[in-house]
Design a protein around this ligand. Structure first.
Ligand SMILES: [Cu+2]
Length: 166
């Protein structure tokens, strides 16, 4: 009896986590823009960028998913060129940080990608799964402007944010 009960709880939890992740299906819509932008970028010889370490302040952004929803906290941050942003997995993961290629300053993609250690694709940070796992993006050597980003698994749930680099 107890064993059966335990198994159905586990099954229910599994179902819930599938539901929670289901929204990620919509993410490819934004990725289409990355593909579309590729030919234009190819026309200009791509300068190879190397990681440029932060020289200023490191800001912190929490990645959360709970009864209040999925979110970056703060979701709107203003920093200076040379600062870094540390994204910390707090709850409701896995979470990641992906910048929209068409919603960052022109010419920013190559250097910003190089400044995202362990990136899994252009402008895409590695996934953080466990609480306190973190990822640091350096904003050294990138153009000033507004950088929009989202969490791939939770884009459909509105997990988006914005960093203004001055
Ligand atoms: Cu997320």
């Amino acid at each position: 009896m107890n064993v059966r009960f335990g198994m159905s709880v586990a099954a229910a939890a599994l179902t819930l986590s599938f539901v929670a992740c289901g929204g990620g299906e919509k993410a490819p819509a934004a990725k289409t823009d990355t593909t579309a932008a590729a030919p234009a970028a190819a026309a200009t010889p791509a300068a190879a960028a190397t990681y440029m370490a932060p020289t200023g302040k490191t800001w912190e952004v929490k990645m959360m998913g709970d009864a209040k929803g999925y979110r970056f906290d703060p979701k709107d941050l203003t920093i200076k060129v040379g600062d870094a942003v540390k994204f910390i997995m707090v709850s409701g993961g896995p979470h990641d940080v992906t910048f929209w290629a068409d919603s960052i300053p022109a010419g920013a993609e190559t250097q910003l990608t190089a400044n995202m250690p362990g990136h899994t694709a252009p402008l895409t940070a590695p996934m953080t799964i466990n609480p306190n796992a973190s990822f640091i993006a350096s904003f050294t050597g990138v153009p000033a402007g507004v950088y929009h980003f989202y969490c791939t698994p939770h884009l459909a749930m509105g997990m988006v944010g914005k960093i203004t680099v001055q």
